[in-house]
Design a protein. Structure first.
Length: 532
C-alpha cells in the first residue's frame, strides 16, 4: 500500500479535527437549547399557575368546588402540554385537594419542602420535580392568599417530553450542515495545501535529488515570500556555499598532493641518510664490542686477583700460626697444613675456573649439604675473624634439606660475605649465620653488627667495580661475584641494612629434587651463556 502524500494526510487530519470540534459544539449547543426550552416551558407553566391562584384569591368565600374545577379545566385546556391542574386548600397546616381539572393525572402528595415554602408566603411560585421515573414532568405551585394569609395553592403539572425531540430535530439539521461544512473545508484545505506547501516542497526535493548527483548549479525558483520561500532562499544559498567550498577543497587537495610529493622526496633523501648513519653506527658498535671485550678482560683480571688474594691471605695467616704451633702442638700444625693444602688447591681451581669462565660454561650442580659448607668456611676464616675481634654464632639445623650447588662457588660466596662483614666491623662485633627450610627452599641468613649501608649504597652493591672501601683495600668485585654465583645456583639474594644498624644478607636456594631447581632462571642463564 502506497503511503499517503503530505497534503492528503493534512486534509484528512484537518477534516477529523473539524468533525470533532463541530460534534462537541453541536452537543454543547443542543444541551443549551434543551435547557432554554425547559426554562421557557417552566416559566409559562408558572404564569398559568400564578394567574389561576390570583383568580381563586379574588373569588368570594366560600368558594364553590365546581367553579374551582371549571377554572382548573380552563387552564388545563389552554395548553396541550399541561396534564394536570389541581386546587389545594390549607386546613390546619395541611394541604388538602379541593378541586381538579378533568382528565388530570392521579394526585401526588405535595413534597415537604414545597409545603414549607408555600406556608411561608414568601415565594410567588415553587417548582418541584415529580419522583424518579417521570423526569419529563414538572409541578409548579402558586400560593392562594386571603389577604396576607396563605389559604391554599394551585398546582400545574406540565409535560416537557417534547423538549428532547426538538433538540433531536435541531441536532439532525445541524449535523447535515456540519457534514457539508467539513466537506468544503476538506476540499479547500487539500487544494490550498497542495498549491502552497506540497508543490514548493516537491521542487525542493527535486533540487536536492539533483544535487546528490554532484551537480550544484541548479537552483529552485522562489515563488512566494513566506516561510517556504525563505527556506528555498536558504537552500539556494547553501548550494552556492557548497559549490565554493568544493572548489576550495579541490585547490587544497592539489596543494596537498604537491606537498605529499615533496615530503616523499624528502623522506627518500632522509632514508638514504639513515642508511648511511646505520652503517656508521654498525661500525661504531663493532669498535664498542671490541672495547667491551677488553673491559671484560680487565674485569676478569681484577676478579682473578680478588679471588686468588683471599685464599693467599688465609694461607699467610695459617703459615704464621703454623710457625707458632710447630714446636708446641704438632697435631694442630698438621691440621693447619691440611688447610693450607686445601687453599692451594682452591687457588688452582680458581685459576682454572677463571680460565673456564671466559667460555661461560654452565656450572655443574650436585646435591650438597649447605651446613657442612658453612662450617668448613667458618673453620677456614676463624683466625682472621678472631684477629678482628668478631664473634661468630651459628644456628644450623642438622636435618636441613640438601641443595643443588657447586661447593667452590658457595664457599667463595660465604668467604666474600664474611670479608665484607669483617670490613664493616673494624672495632669488632658479631657475625650471625642462620639456616632454615622454607617451603621448597633453603634460606641462609648472614647478619653482622657493622656500620650498615644507606639506600643509595644498597642499590649499587652488586654492580661490578663499585666499592665503598678505601683505595687499595677493595676491588668492588666481591658482592658482584656473590650475585653471579647465587644466580648460577638459581637462588635469590636480599639485603636489609640501615646506617649504623648492621646488614643482613638473605640467600635462598632450591631444595634438591623439588622441581624448582631447573626453572625459568636456569633456562635464562643457559640462554645468556649460549649468547655470550
Amino acid at each position: 500500500m502506497r503511503p499517503l502524500k503530505l497534503h492528503t494526510k493534512t486534509a484528512l487530519l484537518v477534516s477529523a479535527i473539524t468533525m470533532a470540534v463541530l460534534a462537541a459544539t453541536l452537543w454543547i449547543v443542543s444541551v443549551r437549547v434543551v435547557d432554554l426550552v425547559r426554562e421557557e416551558e417552566t416559566a409559562l407553566a408558572g404564569q398559568r399557575a400564578s394567574g389561576l391562584a390570583e383568580h381563586i384569591s379574588n373569588m368570594k368565600l366560600p368558594r364553590d368546588p365546581d367553579e374551582l374545577a371549571r377554572a382548573a379545566t380552563l387552564v388545563r385546556n389552554a395548553r396541550p402540554k399541561i396534564v394536570a391542574v389541581r386546587v389545594w386548600e390549607r386546613s390546619g397546616g395541611v394541604f388538602v385537594e379541593r378541586a381538579a381539572a378533568a382528565g388530570s393525572l392521579p394526585v401526588e402528595e405535595i413534597p415537604a419542602d414545597t409545603r414549607a415554602a408555600l406556608r411561608s408566603g414568601v415565594a410567588s411560585q415553587v417548582v418541584s420535580r415529580l419522583p424518579a421515573g417521570a423526569e419529563s414532568f414538572y409541578r409548579v405551585f402558586a400560593p392562594v392568599k386571603d389577604g396576607t394569609r396563605v389559604s391554599g395553592a394551585v398546582e400545574v403539572v406540565e409535560r416537557l417530553d417534547s423538549v428532547p425531540s426538538i433538540a433531536l430535530r435541531y441536532a439532525g439539521q445541524a449535523a447535515w450542515m456540519a457534514l457539508v461544512a467539513v466537506g468544503l473545508i476538506t476540499v479547500a484545505t487539500y487544494l490550498l495545501f497542495h498549491q502552497l506547501v506540497y508543490r514548493p516542497i516537491e521542487r525542493l526535493l527535486a533540487a536536492m535529488a539533483h544535487a546528490t548527483t554532484g551537480s550544484l548549479e541548479g537552483k529552485v525558483q522562489v515563488r512566494a515570500r513566506d516561510e517556504l520561500g525563505r527556506l528555498t532562499l536558504g537552500f539556494n544559498r547553501m548550494l552556492e556555499r557548497i559549490g565554493v567550498m568544493t572548489k576550495e577543497r579541490e585547490v587544497q587537495q592539489q596543494v596537498l598532493r604537491e606537498r605529499v610529493r615533496d615530503a616523499t622526496a624528502e623522506l627518500q633523501r632522509r632514508n638514504e641518510q639513515l642508511e648511511q648513519t646505520n652503517l656508521e653506527l654498525w661500525q661504531t658498535t663493532r669498535r664498542l664490542a671490541q672495547l667491551e671485550r677488553l673491559a671484560a678482560a680487565g674485569q676478569t683480571a681484577a676478579q682473578f686477583a680478588h679471588e686468588v688474594g683471599t685464599p693467599l691471605n688465609l694461607i699467610s695467616c695459617h703459615v704464621e700460626l703454623l710457625r707458632a704451633d710447630l714446636a708446641t702442638d704438632p697435631r694442630t700444625a698438621s691440621l693447619r697444613m691440611e688447610l693450607i693444602s686445601d687453599q692451594i688447591e682452591r687457588i688452582e681451581r680458581i685459576v682454572r675456573n677463571i680460565l673456564d669462565r671466559t667460555r661461560i660454561a654452565a656450572p655443574e650442580l650436585e646435591p650438597l649439604d649447605l651446613c657442612a659448607i658453612v662450617e668448613r668456611v667458618c673453620r677456614a676464616t676463624a683466625p682472621t675473624l678472631d684477629a678482628g675481634g668478631v664473634r661468630v654464632s651459628t644456628e644450623l639445623p642438622p636435618d636441613l634439606p640438601l641443595i643443588l650447588g657447586e661447593a667452590d662457588h658457595l664457599q667463595q660466596v660465604l668467604i666474600n660475605l664474611f670479608n665484607n662483614a669483617l670490613d664493616s666491623m673494624p672495632e669488632g662485633g658479631e657475625l650471625r649465620i642462620n639456616a632454615f627450610a622454607q617451603r621448597n627452599r633453603v634460606v641462609l641468613e648472614v647478619a653482622d653488627t657493622g656500620c650498615g649501608m644507606s639506600a643509595e649504597t644498597r642499590a649499587r652493591i652488586f654492580d661490578p667495580l663499585f666499592t665503598t672501601k678505601q683505595r687499595g683495600r677493595g676491588t668492588g668485585l666481591g658482592l658482584a661475584v656473590v650475585s653471579q654465583f647465587v644466580e648460577e645456583h638459581h637462588g635469590t639474594i636480599e639485603v636489609e641494612s640501615e646506617p649504623g644498624r648492621g646488614a643482613l644478607f638473605r640467600l635462598g636456594f632450591p631444595v634438591a629434587g623439588s622441581g624448582g631447581s631447573m626453572d625459568a632462571r636456569e633456562e635464562r642463564y643457559e640462554a645468556d651463556s649460549s649468547g655470550r
